[in-house]
Design a protein around this ligand. Structure first.
Ligand code: EPZ
Length: 425
């Protein structure tokens, strides 16, 4: 540990030449955490597969254990959750403040137990990350909320259906409304619902458990409430991680080479793949596999981030890193988290030419970056630093790797296996 208590681990990267080989994409962090939270809804044993080996899964496992659901992993990729119905709807601060997805226990516990005490959620620091849409929607379903001492106390005898029109297609709010509506009296409709593949994955599990949900994958979800106790535990395979798949595309884009990215879901990344082709990547996709060839210098493009099926904000640090060595200038506009540009200073430390103004970044490509010590400020920014190291002369060392470990399953090992000069030190 360093003096500030941060793990001393770092990742060292050097460009050794084109990448070549096959990388398997693990399950999605932003799906599996919600699948785990859904296990609060019904007693029994759940088996989740394609579970990524990431720290956030371990933290969510600890949180579920504190709430009354036992989690254990008999082997890598498999997670068993045992819910014997002895739930304690009190989510401890020291766990909740570590991950944003802790907010996803709100809907299940409120609708199942009629009450929950939860401190305000943590997670990556992008500036303000309010939960007003969660609260307003659950209040429309009959819940009451009290805030005191940094803690949210929500109660509801039995929630009732409601017509909810979200002012923004929030992923987390959509997920909490759906889980809460599963046992609500009557029908809940959600207009402008989030359509992310991870939201779909959670809804699919709920239907496998016996919930009555229609419109999955569209911006209008309809949930007909069923009796408490009528849901059953179920097994489910986690959807692949499109953000991790994009990370390996970005790596080969800046290092050059040829990769097969398997167990991906190209249909979840259509918009991004089209933009990467515009940038000069040769990408072909068939069932569960992406084949990519990167030759020559990338071309600059302009990109706005948007809710799904738009370009996800989580892809943006990767895109800005690619643009920093592309031919020309590109403007990237952040429409979800205006403050999500902290990694830009780190890219500038590596010699990138980037100016941010408001929620825009103007990136003027340079031929090469130059290796230096940089810091990972959050999960996606950390992965972008590793990709940047593959586009730099000399050695780049990335500190703050605990952020990367939260959301990436063996990033170093997967890249090293296809020829990247990368190691954990
Ligand atoms: C999920 O966060 C993901 N996290 C994020 O990924 C991702 O960036 C985000 O969705 C958008 O795609 C998880 O799934 C754990 P939102 P979430 O509610 O649910 C505003 C990663 O790196 N908003 O869709 O918190 C909010 O401020 C992480 O894996 C409100 O104003 O995102 C933001 O501007 C980072 N009020 C926008 O909506 C609310 O009540 C999107 O937030 C809720 C959200």
């Amino acid at each position: 540990m360093t003096a500030s208590g941060e793990p001393r681990d770092q990742i060292a990267i050097r460009h050794l030449g084109p990448l070549k080989g096959t990388i398997r994409v693990p399950g999605a962090k932003n799906a599996v955490l919600k699948l785990m939270a859904a296990s609060l809804l019904a007693d029994g044993r759940y088996e989740l597969t394609n579970v990524p080996a990431i720290d956030d899964v371990a933290i969510m496992g600890e949180l579920l254990a504190a709430l009354g659901v036992r989690a254990h992993s008999p082997e890598p990729g498999r997670l068993i959750l045992d819910n014997d119905g002895d739930l304690v709807p009190l989510a401890p601060y020291e766990l909740v403040e570590r991950i944003r997805a802790s907010i996803n226990v709100l809907g299940p516990l409120l609708t199942r137990c009629g009450e929950i005490r939860l401190s305000m959620p943590g997670g990556d620091d992008f500036g303000a990350r309010p939960i007003d849409l969660h609260v307003a929607s659950l209040e429309a379903m009959g819940a009451s909320f009290k805030f005191a001492h940094g803690e949210l106390h929500a109660t509801a005898d039995r929630l009732h259906g409601a017509e909810i029109a979200l002012t923004f297609p929030s992923v987390g709010a959509t997920e909490n409304i759906v889980t809460a509506a599963v046992f609500a009296e009557g029908t809940t409709t959600i207009d402008n619902a989030a359509r992310e593949p991870e939201v779909v994955d959670m809804c699919d599990l709920l239907v496998e458990m016996g919930a009555d949900i229609t419109g999955i994958g569209t911006s209008r979800l309809v949930v007909d409430g069923v009796e408490r106790g009528s849901l059953k535990a179920a097994d489910h395979r986690t959807v692949p991680d499109r953000i991790q798949a994009a990370t390996y595309l970005a790596a080969v884009a800046v290092a050059g080479g040829e990769l097969d990215i398997v167990e991906a879901r190209p249909e979840h990344m259509e918009n991004l793949l089209a933009r990467f082709v515009e940038m000069g990547l040769d990408v072909s996709a068939d069932a569960g596999r992406l084949h990519v060839v990167a030759e020559g210098r990338l071309h600059s493009i302009d990109v706005p981030t948007l809710p799904y099926p738009g370009i996800a904000t989580d892809y943006k640090p990767l895109i800005i890193t690619m643009l920093s060595v592309a031919d020309g200038a590109g403007i990237v506009t952040e429409n979800l988290y205006p403050g999500r540009f902290r990694y830009v200073e780190e890219l500038i430390r590596l010699g990138a030419n980037i100016r941010t103004t408001g929620h825009h970044a103007v990136v003027r490509g340079v031929p090469r970056l130059s290796g230096a010590p940089v810091r990972a400020h959050d999960i996606r920014a950390g992965a972008a630093m590793v990709v940047a190291g593959l586009a730099a002369d000399g050695v780049t060392t990335v500190s703050g790797v605990q952020h990367i470990d939260r959301g990436y399953d063996d990033l170093v090992g997967r890249l090293a296996a296809v020829g990247a000069g990368i190691e954990r030190i």
